[in-house]
Design a protein around this ligand. Sequence first.
Ligand code: PLP
Length: 361
Amino acid sequence: MYGLERKKIVGEDNVYDFSIGNPRSTTPQVATDTLKKLLDEDPVSLHAYSVAAGHDEVREQIADYISKTYDYPASPENIFVTTGAAEAIASVMCAIAVEGEEVIVIAPYFPEYSVWIKNALATPVEVMADPETFQIDVNAVKAAITDKTAAVIINSPCNPTGAIYSEQNIKDLSAVLNDADHKIYLVCDEPYRKINYGKAVPWVPKYYEHTIVCDSASKTLSMPGERIGHVFCNDKKAFDAISGSARALGHVCAPVLFQRMYGKCIDVQPDVSVYDTNRKLLTKMFDELGITYVDPQGAFYLWAKSPCEDFVQKCMDRDILVVPSDSFGIQGWFRIGYCVSTEMILNSMLAWKRVMANVNN
Ligand code: PLP
């Protein structure tokens, strides 16, 4: 909002807005072509309601993709098609947590988690990630588990840190959850799974039985406004509860045209080259300017240490817009969304140098 207002005053090209997470990569042509082709079908059946969990064909396509890609048994009965990862997580929270229970989040974390947890009348419990690597601090999770813990939410690749949790990290977390005296769900929020720069993203259900995965087309197919995604859950009781809570939250079915496209394009890989170029440019610039950051392994966010207390304001004074880390549950850092044009990054370099000159004076 501030960025739009500021652009009106100083001009579009003079505001360097790194504050948003709208994908930059163009929507894959195959997704657009699929949508166009679908529009030629009989409109009466094309636009009709589907069953709440989604068209059978779509659920089958998603399940097949999971089975083949992760060599993991998945069936259409495990798939609930949603309006994006947001609806998926909000419904899962209402399904698996009740009033008075707790859900562990790994700070820094996507701020909506606490909204969705509180909507389920549960309490978010923040556990700081390892401050060096931003991997999950498994011992800290262990210490935070109580008899009220209903679930842990993890997000890999992570918004805002860009971290991908390693296989060992996931194995260690699974061991801790398996050791608990009661069943704890592990909710994996994965809209950035396919946006990574070479490091594998472990398929968590392979390591921990009570895993529920939430995913979407928002970032992968660069379609965040179209609202399509899914839940993978192979626990029948939890799946039925998710269906019930989604209904209570107003879900009838996910948009049917986009369901059909999503199913057909579930195996499409996004072009991450623009993010990769931006990531390299920004990290090189931060190296030169002496700004400490976490090496981003996935998603399109750069998580960096504020070189001084009022750094975000100092950036704003030069029309560089970044997100302060307190929005994500910790102090002293800031987030850059590098899903922007490469040109904007290049144009912003002088402003960054001026900010740092101010900091160092
Ligand atoms: N989870 C994380 C970590 C996100 O960054 C976002 C969107 O930015 C979402 C969930 C919601 O994604 P969707 O657009 O699929 O609802």
